[in-house]
Ligand binder design. Structure first.
Ligand SMILES: *Cc1c(COP(=O)(O)O)cnc(C)c1O
Length: 438
């Protein structure tokens, strides 16, 4: 530490103004390079190469005028949030570096981090909706997201309409015109179009471009299109490039990537982020500093991990596809439907590493398969370094009514697999012996 510092000129770890994306010889650096240093200046933290974890509840202001200025940002009197560190429910150095780096991956102006994917999604929806409003969403959604819309928002007289993931422009026009009528009957507006693509666990894709065109034709452009990009992001799908306004993540999955943390985020233009930040400031729900730090570590390898997992998944699926005990695959590298393939070709940069396998038989066959796996672990969640397998109909989607499960293709014969970064041949050997036991 320096001994005599001028009290008005203390360096703070806050990077102010917001860091610019680095360029070299006029060329914008790529995300994989930027993850090693963007938004962090070691000289502000004793030269520490990695950002320290800032375990503090509150931050000392440079002077009273700065405190006032920061609170103008916190309370929304000035848009864009605080321009200094204030209090750990609002912001912190680890969270700000994380948010700057998350925004880079999606090509977004701004990002916000949360204590879980569900906190991100719930705070986003609450910030967008008033009583009487309607949410239009694709189906299937992650069960908790669907539950939040149907069971929690309904308590505040926010209703919903849904459409199947693969819906065509015509079908989208129909559902939006119904939604407009419903909203006007309820004295509200269509507040948000909420997508999840690919859908969990069937991998059904939503045509984001068609949704954007339908929104532009039927609704106020002030009705945002948000999309849960957890299954393919940030590497294999960039929804903001295809007309989505807000992208949501469970960072617990591929971004965290080691099955050792729970977190979430949203990203998009500042005008969409500001009201959500403001509600997060009120409710709490920002990531804690330790988890934010863990995520900074994870972001350094996210591209490597996802590439390797994607290559492994392609090899495993090539094996499973022709196995006599396998009835079919829900893998984006082997789409059979022409419309789904067309959406894939326009929107996706890779097939991902989470897919469904339909075994011949039902629950009994699936359970035998799962109970015999030796490398793959029997667990819900996805996107980690290790391969996981689960049975959605009796686990993650047990709360979904039987009829609705059938409609969505979540049968008793479906096993969901998330491929990790192990050796592909070892994984194939594991699936081979587990299928033999069926
Ligand atoms: C896991 C998941 C969520 C919820 O995220 P949490 O971090 O568990 O709160 C939301 N959407 C999708 C697609 C998910 O897989």
């Amino acid at each position: 530490m320096t001994d005599a510092v001028d009290a008005t000129d203390k360096p703070t770890p806050r990077r102010n103004p917001k860091p610019k994306i680095g360029t070299l010889n006029g060329r914008k650096m790529k995300p994989s390079t930027l993850m090693m240093g963007h938004g962090y200046d070691p000289s502000l933290s004793e030269g520490s190469l990695k950002a320290p974890i800032f375990l503090t509840s509150t931050f000392a202001f440079e002077n009273a005028a700065a405190g006032k200025r920061h609170f103008e940002g916190i309370t929304g009197q000035r848009p864009g949030g605080a321009d200094g560190l204030v209090y750990s429910r609002f912001n912190g150095p680890n969270q700000e570096i994380l948010e700057d780096r998350l925004a880079i991956w999606d090509g977004a102006e701004d990002a916000l981090s949360f204590s879980s994917g569900m906190t991100a999604i719930c705070v986003l929806m609450l910030a967008c909706c008033n009583a009487g409003d309607v949410i239009v969403h694709s189906g299937p959604l992650y069960a908790a997201s669907e539950g939040f819309v149907a069971k929690v928002l309904s308590k505040f007289n926010v209703t919903y309409l849904d459409f199947p993931a693969g819906a065509t422009r015509e079908e989208l026009d129909t559902v939006l015109s119904k939604a407009k009528k419903q909203a006007s009957d309820n004295g509200g507006k269509v507040a948000m179009i909420y997508l999840e693509s690919p859908g969990n666990p069937t991998n059904a894709l939503v045509d984001i471009e068609a949704v954007k065109d339908a929104r532009n034709a039927a609704l106020d452009p002030e009705c945002p299109i948000a999309i849960d990009n957890t299954f393919l992001g940030p590497l294999w799908q960039r929804p903001l490039d295809h007309g989505a306004d807000i992208v949501c993540y469970s960072l617990t999955k591929y971004v965290g990537g080691h099955s050792d943390l729970v977190a979430g985020s949203i990203a998009g233009d500042k005008k969409w982020m500001d009201p959500v930040r403001s509600l997060r400031n009120t409710m709490g729900g920002i990531t804690d500093p330790h988890t934010a730090w863990m995520l900074l570590r994870s972001l350094e390898t996210v591209e490597l991990r996802m590439q390797r997992a994607g290559e492994n998944a392609a090899k495993v699926c090539a094996f499973l596809k022709s196995h006599p005990k396998v009835d079919g695959l829900g893998y984006l590298g082997m789409i059979e439907d022409a419309r789904q393939q067309d959406i894939y070709d326009r929107h996706c940069l890779g097939a991902g590493s989470t897919f469904s396998v339909f075994l011949k038989g039902g629950e009994e066959e699936c359970f035998r398969f799962l109970d015999n796996l030796k490398i793959a672990k029997l667990a819900v969640s996805l996107g980690g370094t290790e391969t996981l397998a689960s049975h959605p109909a009796s686990m993650t989607h047990l709360s979904v009514a039987h009829g609705r499960r059938q409609e969505l293709g979540i049968t008793d014969a479906l096993v969901r697999i998330s491929i990790g970064i192990e050796d592909a041949d070892d994984l194939i050997a594991d699936f081979e012996q587990a299928l033999e036991a069926v």
